[in-house]
Design a protein around this ligand. Structure first.
Ligand SMILES: CC(C)(COP(=O)(O)OP(=O)(O)OC[C@H]1O[C@@H](n2cnc3c(N)ncnc32)[C@H](O)[C@@H]1OP(=O)(O)O)[C@@H](O)C(=O)NCCC(=O)NCCS
Length: 180
């Protein structure tokens, strides 16, 4: 059965395999092999760090900001890591313009099987449970799989804006209103 869980060492082997396949969430960088080997040797600090709250981050505009409250969840079945979703429970000026409430990724070997739709469905349920029902979400214009996923969950396009992320293309900005 598909479910979202907090990062868990029981899924470490398939998570590591996913990193080696080139798994990433949204526009996050893919870790190089040396970093993957470090995670393999000492997974606890890495797994615990995934959901470490507080601190700061510097997005591509170079301006450091406080990290908002968030959680990264893993999409798993009975035995394997399939993908991950990042849920941000507040927006700051950067997320409100470029990032959004949600980012997600499916490991390459599991793509094109409907898992992005599944992870977004489960992620929206978690947002709903927190009382957050207006979800701002963005993706690159050329990321057809991602915008099809967003639109399949009722995403309405608000506008398109130049992307400040690595690809530097056009970013589509969507709103999903979660209904009861
Ligand atoms: C975007 C991503 C999450 C899609 O995952 P996925 O599990 O392959 O997507 P799904 O199988 O649920 O498919 C969703 C829709 O996209 C379509 N799709 C999937 N891959 C596609 C591709 N390469 N080209 C065109 N359409 C594609 C599917 O056909 C489906 O549309 P449909 O319902 O009209 O048939 C995955 O490609 C990924 O992890 N990419 C890297 C990270 C990323 O870009 N995250 C999103 C950031 S906003």
């Amino acid at each position: 059965m598909l479910r979202l869980i907090l990062p868990d060492t029981r899924y470490l082997a398939s998570y590591i395999a996913a990193l080696r396949e080139g798994f990433r969430i949204g526009v996050r960088d893919i870790p190089p092999e040396e970093e993957i080997q470090k995670i393999e040797k000492d997974p606890f600090d890495h797994l615990e760090g995934i959901n470490r709250q507080g601190g700061f981050f510097t997005p591509p505009d170079g301006i450091e900001r406080k990290r908002v409250p968030f959680n990264d969840y893993w999409l798993v079945d009975d035995k394997d890591f399939i993908g991950a979703i990042s849920l941000r429970y507040e927006l700051n000026d950067f997320l409100e313009t470029h990032g959004g409430h949600i980012g997600y990724g499916i490991r390459p070997s599991m793509m094109r099987k409907g898992y992005a739709k599944a992870i977004l469905t489960l992620g929206l349920q978690k947002m709903r449970a927190r009382g957050i029902t207006s979800i701002f979400i963005t993706c690159d214009e050329d990321n057809v799989a991602s915008w099809k996923t967003i639109e399949s969950k009722g995403g309405i396009i608000m506008d398109k804006a130049p992307s400040i992320f690595c690809g530097g293309s056009i970013r589509r900005r969507y709103l999903i209103e979660i209904k009861d």
